[in-house]
Design a protein around this ligand. Structure first.
Ligand code: R7I
Ligand code: MG
Ligand code: MG
Ligand code: MG
Length: 335
């Protein structure tokens, strides 16, 4: 739903409201919105987990690559195609090799691992929940492995871990009432542990920190006034890097828990997606990540049917979600 606006810096309020009004009007018949790489890769992540009933790096990258070669025009990040060409050329011998060579060996810090992580997070949550929902180690390990096949830069895979932990927390929450600040605090705790020992003068990432971004999220939540869009764009970020988009998606989920002056709609799910798109920039990705979190929190029954009517293959995706649930039935986690 966000893809028609991807890359736009300023999206008019009326323009966006009209877009949603059209979607919500059942009498208006328009072609569905094609999904982008975000959904293409999310689907393949889920299908790989379903078929293997576990994470299999080689199978997952093969599915990503086949999907890419089948339809490379879904708006992929400009560097990720190289990984798929290199994987195919080497017959998928080392599923982690090509990703680790990206960007002169630094690895990608794009949000591509985070944007597709929902099935991995749901699988780990369900499969490994042997009565101990406090231990995040299984989910962190699984997400790290599933991310590094394309994003070996620590900012890239940590972004995916943060998004996965937000999905996990959303699943654990009370459906109608929860404290958004506590939610942010819990994520800050996890990311603080992860960032222990990081060098603030790291020549590779300049000591960039997810904790700093999450502190900003908390500051916005605590403020009585909605932050200006320019403030969010410039400080929190709305760009293709994981650091400039995952905390923003989490903020959209949390901000949408209360009425928003800029998005006067009652349905929380709609409010969340609409708000995410209104920020501009990487709209398809930020909206889909925010949607994954609010979906985990509220369940599919809150998604307006008219939204689904407009989304390519929404019926297939529902079936994949059901199959993923079956395939991830709890067992003792091996990790
Ligand atoms: O992360 P990735 O899969 O891209 C996902 C984004 C989403 O917005 C999708 O909707 C789609 O539009 O793309 O793809 P990558 O190519 O790995 O990373 C995305 C971009 O981040 C790259 O094309 C670079 O511009 C930038 N980038 C880097 N730039 C310099 N140095 C990522 N890592 C680096 C880096 O190390
Ligand atoms: Mg996309
Ligand atoms: Mg990439
Ligand atoms: Mg995008």
């Amino acid at each position: 739903m966000g893809s028609p606006f991807e890359g736009e810096a300023h999206i008019g309020r009326t323009h966006l409201s009209n877009y949603f009004n059209q979607i919500l009007d059942p009498s208006i018949k328009v072609p569905f919105k094609p999904y982008t790489d975000d959904t293409a890769m999310t689907k393949q992540s889920a299908i790989s987990l379903i078929e293997n009933k576990s994470f299999n790096a080689q199978d997952m990258v093969k599915k990503f690559a086949n999907e890419y070669f089948h339809n490379p025009k879904r708006g992929y990040g400009s560097a990720i195609g190289d990984i798929f060409f290199n994987l195919r050329r080497t017959n998928y011998a080392d599923p982690y090799g090509p990703a680790s060579m990206q960007f002169k060996g630094l690895g990608s810090y794009g949000n591509g691992a985070a944007m597709r992580v929902a099935p991995v997070a749901l699988f780990a949550y369900h499969h490994c929940s042997d009565g101990d929902n406090h231990d995040v180690t299984p989910i962190v390990n699984l997400v790290t492995d599933a991310s590094k096949v394309t994003h070996s830069n620590k900012l890239g895979y940590r972004g995916a871990i943060l998004q996965a932990l937000a999905i996990r927390l959303a699943l654990l929450l009370d459906k109608d009432d929860f404290d958004t600040i506590s939610f942010a605090n819990e994520l800050i705790q996890y990311m603080t542990q992860m960032e222990v020992g990081d060098d603030p003068d790291d020549p590779i990432d300049g000591g960039k920190s997810f904790v700093t971004k999450l502190e900003l999220v908390k500051q916005y939540l605590n403020s009585t006034e909605e932050p200006h869009i320019e403030e969010i764009q410039n400080k929190l970020g709305v760009h293709v890097s994981a650091l400039d988009s995952v905390p923003t998606a989490i903020y959209c989920f949390l901000a949408a828990q209360k009425p928003l002056e800029s998005v006067p709609v009652d349905c929380k799910f709609h409010r969340c997606i609409h708000y995410a798109i209104s920020l501009g920039g990487d709209t398809d990705t930020i909206a889909s990540m925010a949607g994954a979190i609010i979906g985990a929190h509220m369940g599919d029954e809150v998604i307006p049917n008219q939204f689904l009517v407009h989304c390519e293959h929404s019926e297939d995706i529902r079936k994949i979600a059901d199959d993923l649930y079956e395939a991830s039935k709890p067992t003792k986690c091996e990790r």
